[in-house]
Design a protein around this ligand. Structure first.
Ligand code: FES
Length: 105
């Protein structure tokens, strides 16, 4: 049987410019919401390597480069693209409803 999930609204699709990101705090979660050519992805905002905020990093296609030590992740999967990051960043399942960006938790 599928586990029940809760959808949380993070922002409007209009809040995130194309090929950029915003930081959203929702309860205990601090998240980065990315808009890559009109497709939305959500990860934890905190870099797994240190204090970097991924929403303030440099987004190039699906790659987000942390502006602290230039490590990078794929926003689709959270996988590390460039060291010194070693640990993938958590990603969330995203859906769009009525121009809102939602995640499932
Ligand atoms: S804190 Fe992000 S690469 Fe070091």
């Amino acid at each position: 049987m599928a586990e029940a999930c809760t959808k949380i609204r993070l922002c409007s699709t209009d809040d995130v410019d194309w090929d950029s990101a915003i930081r959203v705090e929702e309860g205990d979660l601090i998240l980065a919401v990315f808009n890559v050519n009109g497709v939305f992805y959500v990860t934890d905002d905190l870099c797994t390597h240190g204090p970097g905020s991924l929403s303030e990093g440099y987004l190039d296609g699906h790659t987000i480069e942390c502006d602290f030590h230039n490590g990078a992740f794929d926003v689709r999967t959270g996988e590390v693209v460039t060291p010194p990051c070693m640990v993938p960043v958590k990603t969330y399942k995203v859906s769009i409803e009525d121009n809102s960006v939602l995640i499932e938790v």
